[in-house]
Write a protein that binds this ligand. Structure first.
Ligand SMILES: Nc1ncnc2c1ncn2[C@@H]1O[C@H](COP(=O)(O)OP(=O)(O)O)[C@@H](O)[C@H]1O
Length: 291
């Protein structure tokens, strides 16, 4: 069993014996447990991303943020740039639902109501995904949508080190508009957004402009909407986020690992600014800008 499944087993035992998992001792993976991949050359010393070089392993980052803020969009881009897997627990849940896995009937109503899946089930799904990745030689990760409760954050802290937690932030009216405009290609799984968000500046907020992220022509007539992207469910997910996941931000703030990032606009404006905040440069952007 890998360190993840050890953690899940121990956590299950603690649930049975009513021990808080704080009282549990976890086998923290020694650094030799983590594969030492070639580090990306474009990470200047001193950047949060370069911290892993000293630790001799790939980055282990977390993306936090409200529903629809764009965790998946930016985590996927950074995953490609840094050569680490992007692991989104929401995608693991949707895969369980679409593949009619053993848990699907138990999960479908929870997801459609915008509620959180139990810590135990989500840790199980994540543990299986990480074990599968380890078997394929994956090293490092960018977690998207996990942890989402203090329990989850403590379990994660008990089994491995998290180098950096990026907390994406966006004003709530823009979040709701983004969720309602979100579309997914039913064939390739591509994420798009048909909303054109243009919120004029008011006394304490600058103008927020996010153009639509439209699909290529071959996806146009295959777009679907997530069942949990209706206005009522989005508002419930936001309520749950503030109630249950906001404390996770404080959990990492207290540990000096939280990087808060307010999205200034759409991807073209936000991506370079996020890289700047991470002190990373993207060769591809330089080449495309120079072209
Ligand atoms: N870490 C988690 N803990 C509990 N439930 C989760 C977790 N991650 C995802 N889920 C479930 O999957 C659904 C979709 O997650 P996600 O795609 O991350 O949505 P969001 O856009 O709200 O962040 C959530 O509403 C929740 O039901």
């Amino acid at each position: 069993m890998t360190v993840w499944s050890h953690a899940v087993v121990r956590w299950r035992c603690s649930r049975v014996t009513n021990l808080t998992h704080r009282g549990l001792c976890y086998n923290k993976p020694s650094k030799t447990d983590l594969k030492v991949p070639p580090s990306p050359a474009n990470l200047p010393a001193g950047s949060p991303a370069s911290s892993f070089k000293e630790k001799g392993r790939n980055v282990q980052w977390v993306f936090l943020g409200c529903p629809g803020v764009g965790k998946g969009t930016y985590a996927a881009r950074l995953s490609k740039l840094l050569g680490v897997p992007h692991i989104a627990t929401g995608d693991l849940v949707r895969h369980e639902l679409s593949s009619h896995g053993p848990l699907a009937s138990q999960l479908v109503d929870i997801v459609n109501q915008g509620k959180l899946i139990s810590d135990e089930i989500i840790i199980d799904l994540l543990s299986k995904r990480l074990e599968a990745g380890e078997a394929k030689g994956e090293a490092g990760f960018i977690l998207d949508g996990f942890p989402r409760t203090i329990h989850q954050a403590e379990i994660l802290e008990g089994v491995t080190d998290i180098d950096l937690v990026i907390n994406l932030k966006l004003r709530e009216d823009a979040l709701i508009a983004k969720c309602l405009g979100r579309r997914i290609c039913s064939e390739c799984g591509g994420n798009y957004n048909v909303a054109c968000i243009d919120i004029k500046a008011d006394d304490d907020k600058t103008r927020m402009y996010m153009p639509p992220l439209l699909p290529p022509s071959h996806c146009e007539n295959k777009l679907i909407t997530r069942s949990d992207d209706t206005e009522d469910v989005v508002k419930e997910r936001l309520r749950i986020y503030h109630e249950t996941s906001r404390p996770v931000e404080d959990f990492y703030r207290r540990r000096g690992k939280l990087l808060e990032f307010d999205l200034p606009g759409g991807i073209p404006e936000s991506w370079p600014k996020l890289l700047q905040a991470l002190n990373i440069y993207d060769d591809e952007d330089k080449k495309s800008a120079a072209a």
